[in-house]
Design a protein around this ligand. Sequence first.
Ligand SMILES: Nc1nc2c([nH]c(=O)n2[C@H]2C[C@H](O)[C@@H](COP(=O)(O)OP(=O)(O)OP(=O)(O)O)O2)c(=O)[nH]1
Ligand SMILES: [Mg+2]
Length: 313
Amino acid sequence: MPASVHVVAGVLRDAGGRVLLARRPPGKHLAGLWEFPGGKCDVGEAPVDALARELREELGVVVESARPLIAVPHRYPEQDILLDVWQVSAWTGVPHPHEGQALAWVEQVALAQVAMPAADRPVIAALDLPDRYLITPAMAPEALEELLAGIERACRRGMRLVQLRQPHWPRARLAEAARGARGICRAHGARLLLNGDVQLAMVLGLDGAHLPARVAAELIQRPLPADRWLGVSCHDAAELLHAVRIGADFATLSPIFPTPDHEAPTLGWERFADLVAHAPMPVYALGGMEGEDIDAAWMAGAQGIAAIRGLWT
Ligand SMILES: Nc1nc2c([nH]c(=O)n2[C@H]2C[C@H](O)[C@@H](COP(=O)(O)OP(=O)(O)OP(=O)(O)O)O2)c(=O)[nH]1
Ligand SMILES: [Mg+2]
Protein backbone atom coordinates (compact mmCIF):
# COMPACT_ATOMS: atom_id res chain seq x y z
CA MET A 1 0.00 0.00 0.00
CA PRO A 2 1.61 3.33 -1.02
CA ALA A 3 1.80 5.93 1.77
CA SER A 4 -0.88 8.58 1.72
CA VAL A 5 -0.33 11.56 -0.60
CA HIS A 6 -0.13 14.92 1.17
CA VAL A 7 -2.28 17.43 -0.76
CA VAL A 8 -2.45 21.12 0.22
CA ALA A 9 -5.28 23.40 -0.87
CA GLY A 10 -6.27 27.00 -0.16
CA VAL A 11 -9.52 28.78 0.64
CA LEU A 12 -9.46 32.20 -1.04
CA ARG A 13 -12.36 34.60 -0.60
CA ASP A 14 -13.39 37.64 -2.59
CA ALA A 15 -14.56 40.91 -1.00
CA GLY A 16 -18.09 39.49 -0.73
CA GLY A 17 -16.90 36.39 1.13
CA ARG A 18 -17.38 34.03 -1.81
CA VAL A 19 -14.96 31.11 -2.05
CA LEU A 20 -12.79 30.31 -5.07
CA LEU A 21 -13.21 26.86 -6.62
CA ALA A 22 -11.43 25.30 -9.59
CA ARG A 23 -12.70 22.52 -11.81
CA ARG A 24 -10.50 19.44 -12.14
CA PRO A 25 -9.58 19.05 -15.81
CA PRO A 26 -10.47 16.00 -17.94
CA GLY A 27 -8.07 13.09 -17.68
CA LYS A 28 -7.11 13.79 -14.06
CA HIS A 29 -8.19 11.89 -10.93
CA LEU A 30 -11.76 13.03 -10.02
CA ALA A 31 -12.05 14.95 -13.32
CA GLY A 32 -14.93 17.42 -13.58
CA LEU A 33 -15.37 17.88 -9.82
CA TRP A 34 -14.85 21.31 -8.21
CA GLU A 35 -12.00 21.65 -5.72
CA PHE A 36 -10.11 24.13 -3.61
CA PRO A 37 -7.06 25.11 -5.69
CA GLY A 38 -3.91 23.25 -4.68
CA GLY A 39 -1.96 20.07 -5.26
CA LYS A 40 0.56 17.59 -3.97
CA CYS A 41 3.40 18.49 -1.61
CA ASP A 42 6.81 17.68 -3.06
CA VAL A 43 9.08 15.37 -1.07
CA GLY A 44 10.56 17.30 1.86
CA GLU A 45 8.52 20.42 1.08
CA ALA A 46 6.77 22.15 4.01
CA PRO A 47 2.98 22.30 3.53
CA VAL A 48 2.89 26.10 3.73
CA ASP A 49 5.56 26.31 0.98
CA ALA A 50 3.68 23.80 -1.15
CA LEU A 51 0.54 25.88 -0.73
CA ALA A 52 2.32 29.02 -1.92
CA ARG A 53 3.88 27.17 -4.87
CA GLU A 54 0.63 25.52 -5.99
CA LEU A 55 -1.38 28.75 -5.81
CA ARG A 56 1.33 30.58 -7.75
CA GLU A 57 1.49 27.83 -10.41
CA GLU A 58 -2.26 27.26 -10.76
CA LEU A 59 -3.62 30.79 -10.24
CA GLY A 60 -0.70 33.22 -10.36
CA VAL A 61 -1.42 34.59 -6.89
CA VAL A 62 1.08 35.19 -4.08
CA VAL A 63 0.07 33.98 -0.60
CA GLU A 64 0.77 36.59 2.09
CA SER A 65 -0.84 34.98 5.09
CA ALA A 66 -2.51 31.62 5.75
CA ARG A 67 -3.43 29.34 8.63
CA PRO A 68 -4.46 25.67 8.76
CA LEU A 69 -8.23 25.08 8.53
CA ILE A 70 -8.58 21.29 8.53
CA ALA A 71 -6.62 18.24 7.36
CA VAL A 72 -8.80 15.38 6.17
CA PRO A 73 -7.41 11.86 5.80
CA HIS A 74 -9.37 10.16 3.01
CA ARG A 75 -9.20 6.84 1.26
CA TYR A 76 -10.01 6.82 -2.48
CA PRO A 77 -10.01 3.50 -4.35
CA GLU A 78 -7.00 4.80 -6.34
CA GLN A 79 -5.00 6.25 -3.43
CA ASP A 80 -5.06 7.55 0.15
CA ILE A 81 -4.71 11.28 0.55
CA LEU A 82 -4.34 13.79 3.37
CA LEU A 83 -6.28 16.83 2.19
CA ASP A 84 -4.62 19.68 4.11
CA VAL A 85 -6.74 22.82 3.63
CA TRP A 86 -5.59 26.33 4.62
CA GLN A 87 -7.48 29.58 5.05
CA VAL A 88 -5.63 32.12 2.91
CA SER A 89 -6.45 35.40 4.64
CA ALA A 90 -4.25 37.63 2.46
CA TRP A 91 -2.82 37.28 -1.03
CA THR A 92 -1.84 39.49 -3.96
CA GLY A 93 -2.61 39.15 -7.64
CA VAL A 94 -5.81 38.28 -9.45
CA PRO A 95 -6.55 34.54 -9.76
CA HIS A 96 -6.21 33.33 -13.36
CA PRO A 97 -6.67 29.76 -14.63
CA HIS A 98 -3.00 29.09 -15.49
CA GLU A 99 -3.70 25.44 -16.26
CA GLY A 100 -6.85 25.93 -18.36
CA GLN A 101 -9.10 24.97 -15.44
CA ALA A 102 -12.51 26.65 -15.00
CA LEU A 103 -12.69 28.95 -11.95
CA ALA A 104 -15.76 30.06 -10.00
CA TRP A 105 -16.48 32.21 -6.95
CA VAL A 106 -19.14 30.38 -4.93
CA GLU A 107 -21.26 31.56 -2.00
CA GLN A 108 -20.34 29.71 1.17
CA VAL A 109 -23.96 28.53 1.69
CA ALA A 110 -24.00 27.02 -1.82
CA LEU A 111 -20.86 24.91 -1.33
CA ALA A 112 -22.81 21.87 -0.11
CA GLN A 113 -24.67 21.76 -3.46
CA VAL A 114 -21.50 21.82 -5.59
CA ALA A 115 -20.11 18.54 -6.99
CA MET A 116 -16.87 18.24 -4.99
CA PRO A 117 -14.63 15.25 -4.13
CA ALA A 118 -15.71 13.15 -1.14
CA ALA A 119 -12.70 14.29 0.91
CA ASP A 120 -14.02 17.87 0.80
CA ARG A 121 -17.21 17.19 2.79
CA PRO A 122 -15.62 17.84 6.21
CA VAL A 123 -13.94 20.93 4.76
CA ILE A 124 -17.33 22.43 4.02
CA ALA A 125 -18.38 21.73 7.63
CA ALA A 126 -15.15 23.36 8.85
CA LEU A 127 -15.89 26.48 6.78
CA ASP A 128 -19.41 26.63 8.17
CA LEU A 129 -18.45 26.26 11.84
CA PRO A 130 -17.01 29.13 13.91
CA ASP A 131 -13.68 28.91 15.73
CA ARG A 132 -15.18 29.27 19.23
CA TYR A 133 -17.77 26.96 20.78
CA LEU A 134 -19.42 27.99 24.04
CA ILE A 135 -20.65 25.34 26.47
CA THR A 136 -22.91 26.72 29.20
CA PRO A 137 -21.70 26.38 32.81
CA ALA A 138 -23.64 24.15 35.23
CA MET A 139 -26.27 26.12 37.14
CA ALA A 140 -29.23 25.42 39.42
CA PRO A 141 -32.62 25.21 37.65
CA GLU A 142 -33.67 28.33 39.59
CA ALA A 143 -30.98 30.29 37.74
CA LEU A 144 -32.71 30.10 34.35
CA GLU A 145 -32.80 33.88 33.90
CA GLU A 146 -29.11 34.16 34.72
CA LEU A 147 -28.36 31.40 32.20
CA LEU A 148 -30.27 33.17 29.43
CA ALA A 149 -28.66 36.51 30.28
CA GLY A 150 -25.24 34.87 29.97
CA ILE A 151 -26.11 33.38 26.58
CA GLU A 152 -27.33 36.78 25.41
CA ARG A 153 -24.06 38.42 26.53
CA ALA A 154 -22.02 35.73 24.80
CA CYS A 155 -23.96 36.20 21.54
CA ARG A 156 -23.41 39.96 21.77
CA ARG A 157 -19.68 39.30 22.06
CA GLY A 158 -19.84 37.35 18.79
CA MET A 159 -20.35 33.74 19.91
CA ARG A 160 -21.97 31.85 17.02
CA LEU A 161 -22.16 28.28 18.36
CA VAL A 162 -23.68 27.54 21.75
CA GLN A 163 -24.18 24.22 23.52
CA LEU A 164 -26.92 24.32 26.14
CA ARG A 165 -25.71 21.87 28.76
CA GLN A 166 -27.54 21.33 32.05
CA PRO A 167 -27.39 17.56 32.54
CA HIS A 168 -29.11 17.67 35.95
CA TRP A 169 -32.11 19.81 35.10
CA PRO A 170 -35.63 18.32 34.89
CA ARG A 171 -36.60 17.94 31.25
CA ALA A 172 -39.45 20.47 31.40
CA ARG A 173 -37.13 23.12 32.83
CA LEU A 174 -34.49 22.28 30.23
CA ALA A 175 -37.11 22.68 27.49
CA GLU A 176 -38.01 26.08 28.92
CA ALA A 177 -34.37 27.14 28.89
CA ALA A 178 -33.92 25.80 25.35
CA ARG A 179 -36.89 27.81 24.07
CA GLY A 180 -35.49 30.97 25.61
CA ALA A 181 -31.99 30.31 24.32
CA ARG A 182 -33.37 29.47 20.86
CA GLY A 183 -34.89 32.96 20.52
CA ILE A 184 -31.71 34.66 21.70
CA CYS A 185 -29.44 32.63 19.42
CA ARG A 186 -31.68 33.13 16.38
CA ALA A 187 -31.73 36.87 16.90
CA HIS A 188 -27.91 36.88 16.77
CA GLY A 189 -27.47 34.37 13.94
CA ALA A 190 -25.91 31.88 16.39
CA ARG A 191 -26.55 28.13 16.36
CA LEU A 192 -27.91 26.39 19.42
CA LEU A 193 -27.19 22.72 20.17
CA LEU A 194 -28.73 20.82 23.07
CA ASN A 195 -26.54 18.52 25.12
CA GLY A 196 -27.63 14.91 25.49
CA ASP A 197 -31.22 14.98 24.25
CA VAL A 198 -31.65 14.50 20.49
CA GLN A 199 -35.41 14.12 20.75
CA LEU A 200 -35.92 17.36 22.64
CA ALA A 201 -33.59 19.17 20.24
CA MET A 202 -35.74 18.00 17.30
CA VAL A 203 -39.09 18.75 18.97
CA LEU A 204 -37.92 22.30 19.75
CA GLY A 205 -36.49 22.82 16.26
CA LEU A 206 -32.98 23.57 17.55
CA ASP A 207 -29.96 23.56 15.24
CA GLY A 208 -28.81 20.19 16.52
CA ALA A 209 -27.52 18.18 19.46
CA HIS A 210 -24.24 17.49 21.19
CA LEU A 211 -23.80 14.04 22.70
CA PRO A 212 -21.61 12.93 25.58
CA ALA A 213 -19.33 10.01 24.60
CA ARG A 214 -21.35 7.50 26.66
CA VAL A 215 -24.57 8.47 24.82
CA ALA A 216 -22.87 8.34 21.42
CA ALA A 217 -21.52 4.89 22.33
CA GLU A 218 -25.07 3.49 22.34
CA LEU A 219 -25.69 4.58 18.73
CA ILE A 220 -24.96 2.68 15.55
CA GLN A 221 -26.11 5.42 13.18
CA ARG A 222 -26.68 9.15 12.97
CA PRO A 223 -29.66 10.08 15.17
CA LEU A 224 -30.40 13.41 13.44
CA PRO A 225 -31.31 14.44 9.87
CA ALA A 226 -28.57 15.87 7.65
CA ASP A 227 -29.82 19.44 8.05
CA ARG A 228 -29.05 19.49 11.79
CA TRP A 229 -25.65 19.61 13.49
CA LEU A 230 -24.36 16.65 15.48
CA GLY A 231 -21.41 17.13 17.81
CA VAL A 232 -19.86 14.43 20.00
CA SER A 233 -17.58 14.72 23.05
CA CYS A 234 -14.47 12.57 22.58
CA HIS A 235 -11.43 11.77 24.71
CA ASP A 236 -9.41 9.26 22.70
CA ALA A 237 -8.91 7.71 19.25
CA ALA A 238 -11.67 5.11 19.69
CA GLU A 239 -14.28 7.72 20.55
CA LEU A 240 -13.26 9.89 17.59
CA LEU A 241 -13.55 6.89 15.28
CA HIS A 242 -16.98 6.08 16.66
CA ALA A 243 -18.11 9.70 16.20
CA VAL A 244 -17.10 9.45 12.53
CA ARG A 245 -18.94 6.13 12.18
CA ILE A 246 -22.23 7.55 13.46
CA GLY A 247 -21.93 10.51 11.08
CA ALA A 248 -21.07 13.27 13.54
CA ASP A 249 -20.40 16.65 11.91
CA PHE A 250 -17.73 17.58 14.45
CA ALA A 251 -16.26 16.60 17.81
CA THR A 252 -14.73 18.09 20.89
CA LEU A 253 -11.55 16.42 22.18
CA SER A 254 -10.58 16.85 25.82
CA PRO A 255 -9.01 17.58 28.18
CA ILE A 256 -6.13 19.55 26.71
CA PHE A 257 -5.23 21.17 30.05
CA PRO A 258 -6.43 20.56 33.62
CA THR A 259 -9.73 22.12 34.68
CA PRO A 260 -11.07 22.51 38.22
CA ASP A 261 -13.82 19.89 37.86
CA HIS A 262 -12.16 17.20 35.73
CA GLU A 263 -9.44 14.88 36.96
CA ALA A 264 -8.79 12.96 33.75
CA PRO A 265 -5.18 12.88 32.49
CA THR A 266 -4.58 15.77 30.11
CA LEU A 267 -3.72 15.39 26.42
CA GLY A 268 -1.58 18.47 25.83
CA TRP A 269 -1.19 19.87 22.29
CA GLU A 270 1.11 17.16 20.98
CA ARG A 271 -1.21 14.25 21.75
CA PHE A 272 -4.18 16.32 20.61
CA ALA A 273 -2.49 16.96 17.25
CA ASP A 274 -1.75 13.23 16.83
CA LEU A 275 -5.36 12.25 17.45
CA VAL A 276 -6.85 14.99 15.28
CA ALA A 277 -4.57 14.07 12.37
CA HIS A 278 -6.56 10.83 12.00
CA ALA A 279 -10.02 12.39 12.32
CA PRO A 280 -11.79 13.36 9.07
CA MET A 281 -13.95 16.02 10.75
CA PRO A 282 -13.60 19.36 12.52
CA VAL A 283 -12.43 18.93 16.14
CA TYR A 284 -12.57 21.59 18.86
CA ALA A 285 -9.94 21.60 21.60
CA LEU A 286 -11.60 21.50 25.03
CA GLY A 287 -10.33 21.65 28.61
CA GLY A 288 -8.76 24.74 30.14
CA MET A 289 -9.11 26.73 26.90
CA GLU A 290 -9.19 30.55 26.79
CA GLY A 291 -9.51 32.93 23.85
CA GLU A 292 -5.75 33.33 23.56
CA ASP A 293 -5.32 29.56 22.94
CA ILE A 294 -6.93 29.77 19.48
CA ASP A 295 -3.65 30.09 17.57
CA ALA A 296 -2.12 27.10 19.33
CA ALA A 297 -5.33 25.15 18.66
CA TRP A 298 -5.19 25.95 14.92
CA MET A 299 -1.55 24.93 14.76
CA ALA A 300 -2.46 21.60 16.37
CA GLY A 301 -5.11 20.99 13.70
CA ALA A 302 -8.17 22.10 15.65
CA GLN A 303 -11.24 23.87 14.30
CA GLY A 304 -10.83 26.18 17.28
CA ILE A 305 -11.55 26.09 20.98
CA ALA A 306 -14.54 24.97 23.04
CA ALA A 307 -14.89 26.18 26.60
CA ILE A 308 -17.19 26.77 29.52
CA ARG A 309 -15.45 29.32 31.77
CA GLY A 310 -13.00 30.58 29.14
CA LEU A 311 -15.80 31.79 26.85
CA TRP A 312 -18.56 32.59 29.36
CA THR A 313 -17.14 35.79 30.85
N1 LIG B 1 -6.33 20.50 -4.93
C1 LIG B 1 -7.28 19.73 -4.41
N2 LIG B 1 -7.17 18.37 -4.50
C2 LIG B 1 -8.17 17.65 -3.96
C3 LIG B 1 -9.28 18.26 -3.29
N3 LIG B 1 -10.10 17.27 -2.85
C4 LIG B 1 -9.55 16.09 -3.19
O1 LIG B 1 -10.01 14.98 -2.97
N4 LIG B 1 -8.37 16.30 -3.90
C5 LIG B 1 -7.52 15.24 -4.41
C6 LIG B 1 -7.59 15.09 -5.90
C7 LIG B 1 -6.23 14.50 -6.22
O2 LIG B 1 -6.29 13.09 -5.99
C8 LIG B 1 -5.32 15.14 -5.22
C9 LIG B 1 -4.67 16.41 -5.74
O3 LIG B 1 -3.83 16.05 -6.74
P1 LIG B 1 -3.59 16.92 -8.06
O4 LIG B 1 -3.56 15.96 -9.19
O5 LIG B 1 -4.49 18.07 -8.17
O6 LIG B 1 -2.15 17.43 -7.74
P2 LIG B 1 -1.35 18.58 -8.44
O7 LIG B 1 -2.15 19.84 -8.45
O8 LIG B 1 -0.01 18.60 -7.74
O9 LIG B 1 -1.28 18.14 -9.93
P3 LIG B 1 -0.38 17.08 -10.71
O10 LIG B 1 0.50 17.93 -11.55
O11 LIG B 1 0.36 16.25 -9.71
O12 LIG B 1 -1.40 16.31 -11.49
O13 LIG B 1 -6.17 15.50 -4.11
C10 LIG B 1 -9.35 19.67 -3.22
O14 LIG B 1 -10.29 20.28 -2.69
N5 LIG B 1 -8.33 20.37 -3.80
MG1 LIG C 1 -3.90 20.67 -8.45
